[in-house]
Design a protein around this ligand. Structure first.
Ligand code: PEP
Length: 248
């Protein structure tokens, strides 16, 4: 049985003091014995959020990371900086980073490998645009993102990776994919993992759905056989995040 994982992606929201307030507000609402709960927060919020989350079931994640160890990369954050600050997860290849910051499947792959090397669990994002869905190439596109993103990742490492399937047309739009659409693609991703690795790896890897998830849509989505939780943007900043974590 795969353990469910619900991760919030705060995006570029909340100052450090606001981050502490939000962690403290959500802490009692997201308490759960069955679900891994992660708050992926802006880099500057990581240290205060880790401090505020101490003693709770919340793990703090980053929203991005660079793939080099250290050096002349002004403005970037290294994996060692993240682990030293107490980070356990990192979102890699979010569609907003692909669109606005020129991330590619190749850079996603480098970041996934580097995160794993440092013991940080990558939440590797994939997902098609509306145009691609209408062209009927969703599966080809998502399979390619997953295959390239995981190049060089061993089966044992892949078992620990989290894949977030996020159709771009459903992110921040209020348009959740239907349960059937979400399950169909998450199931296809699991098949792809079985082809690239083996059945045991496919059975172990956790696949989230992301795209306008809220407390009302979470129960049906998370009940699907291949959906192991969610990556949540807007609703992760509100009380409703507690309903998503405690979806049952
Ligand atoms: C996201 O940022 O990954 C996301 C899914 O956002 P939202 O839930 O707001 O659509």
């Amino acid at each position: 049985m795969r353990r469910k994982i619900v991760a919030g992606n705060w995006k570029m929201n909340k100052t450090p003091s606001e981050a502490v307030e939000l962690v403290n507000m959500l802490k009692p609402l997201v308490a759960s014995d069955d679900v891994d709960v992660v708050f992926c927060v802006p880099a500057i919020d990581i240290i205060p959020a880790v401090e505020a989350a101490k003693g709770s079931n919340i793990s703090i994640g980053a929203e991005n990371m660079y793939f080099e160890e250290s050096g002349a990369y002004t403005g970037e954050i290294s994996p060692a900086m993240l682990t030293d600050a107490g980070v356990k997860y990192v979102v890699i290849g979010h569609s907003e980073r692909r669109e606005y910051f020129a991330e590619t499947d190749a850079t996603v792959n480098k970041k996934v490998l580097k995160a794993l090397e440092h013991g940080i669990t990558p939440i590797m994002c994939c997902g098609e645009s509306l145009e691609q869905r209408e062209q009927g190439v969703t599966m080809d596109f998502v399979r390619q993102q997953v295959k390239i993103g995981l190049q060089g990742v061993t089966a044992d490492q892949a078992k620990t990776v989290v894949i977030a399937y996020e159709p771009i047309w459903a992110i921040g739009t209020g348009k959740t994919a239907t349960t059937e659409q979400a399950q169909e693609v998450c199931g296809e991703i699991r098949k792809c993992i079985a082809e690239v690795y083996d059945d045991a790896t496919a059975a172990a890897i956790r696949i989230q759905y992301g795209g306008s998830v809220n407390g009302k849509t979470a129960p049906d989505l998370f009940a699907q056989p291949d959906i192991d939780g969610g990556l949540v943007g807007g609703a992760s900043l509100k009380e409703d995040f507690g309903n998503i974590v405690n979806y049952k």
